[in-house]
Design a protein around this ligand. Structure first.
Ligand code: SF4
Length: 344
């Protein structure tokens, strides 16, 4: 059996938030000892993506989904865990070793304007990854740039313009053309339509799906929008406080969400398209700080079903009937049958 295109295992991403060099020097010279402040942004996340598959990652703002995306594509070096792309372990690849890998894995960013060099013409922007990966192939650049622009619905008259001469939707089309230039196997899309007008979002999503069908690549698709994730994903992963709390086929999760957090999200956003940030207001309590994770289950401080074991023990993802995997003690049938804990 063929290995998945992307296999991520127990990925951890932590950042030191103790302050900069001068702050640490000031504290040391003043003989003030301050504890290190570590942000636990991604906590033991495992996932896999098959060839041609779309995995949507959904969760509230600040749940670690964008950090997960940037760690998978090695914009951040992972603290622990492993990343295998197309069977190759790239976890500890440095800049030079990552260079050929970048032709297999490209990223589309949330803010298409910030991700485009304002001083470059569009033809140069879209061909940049291609030339980085095949510096000798300069003879077909012009022709390839126009073909890529045509694929995303832009004409040859756009090739010599600069990013500021385009609308938000057109800029995102340019970002997509740039990602396509190296014929990647995986595109990591980080909130690619959330900065666009609602009327433009559907056009860009449809374009992205048409291109996927034509070229056969996979998406790791990060979004906070339930309607977007339902529309485009084959499978979904739900993140909370840097943990993956539920994964499964899209329709199974929407029809029968099992984790209390997933259920609360879906119940609080009955109108698809409502941002999760608003929906999450309906879930009682504050999201705990990633600087100080709760013991046991990451959701226990807000979970209406929490019981004794939830404080003591961190639940792991367990396979469930229907193809879902859930990190919740209520879905650990063996342990519940033998437990003396009181639980709902
Ligand atoms: Fe709630 Fe406990 Fe399940 Fe966590 S493990 S989601 S606290 S019931």
């Amino acid at each position: 059996m063929m290995a998945p295109l992307l296999q991520v295992s127990n990925l951890e991403q932590r950042f030191d938030a103790s302050g900069g060099f001068f702050e640490r020097l000031r504290l040391r010279n003043g003989r003030i000892t301050a504890p290190r402040r570590i942000v636990h942004a991604v906590n033991g996340v495992s996932l896999s993506i098959e060839r041609g598959e779309v995995l949507g990652i959904v969760g509230e703002s600040g749940c670690g989904k964008s950090t997960l995306a940037k760690t998978v594509i090695k914009l951040h070096e992972p603290t622990a865990g492993s990343i295998l792309l197309d069977g190759e372990d790239i976890t500890r690849h440095g800049f030079a070793l990552m260079q050929p890998i970048r032709s297999k894995m490209q990223m589309i960013f949330q803010d298409p304007y910030a991700s485009l060099n304002p001083r470059q013409r569009v033809r140069d922007i879209v061909m940049e990854p291609y030339l980085e990966n095949a510096p000798g192939k300069v003879h077909d650049v012009q022709e390839k740039a126009l073909a890529l622009l045509a694929k995303v619905g832009l004409g040859p008259e756009h090739a010599d313009r600069y990013p500021h001469q385009f609308s938000g939707g057109q800029r995102q089309r340019i970002g997509i053309a740039r990602a396509l230039s190296v014929e990647p196997k995986l595109i990591i899309a980080d909130e690619p339509v959330s900065a666009l007008d609602v009327s433009i979002q559907a056009q860009i999503l449809n374009l992205m799906m048409d291109l996927k069908d034509e070229f056969g690549f996979s998406y790791l698709f990060i979004t906070h929008d339930l309607s977007v994730v339902r529309h485009i994903s084959d499978r979904i992963g739900v993140m909370y406080l840097g943990f993956m709390v539920e994964t499964g086929p899209t329709e199974a999760i929407f029809e029968s969400p099992k984790h209390p957090y997933t259920r609360a999200l879906l119940a609080a956003a009955p109108v698809l398209g409502e941002p999760l940030a608003a929906a999450a207001d309906e879930i009682k309590g504050e999201v705990p700080s990633a600087l100080d994770l709760p013991s046991g289950c990451c959701f226990r401080t807000r979970c209406p079903l929490a019981f004794d074991r939830c404080t003591r023990e961190r639940p792991v993802l367990r396979s469930q009937p229907g193809g879902q995997s859930v990190a919740c003690h209520l879905h650990d049938a063996t342990a519940l049958a033998t437990s003396t804990d009181t639980h709902p």
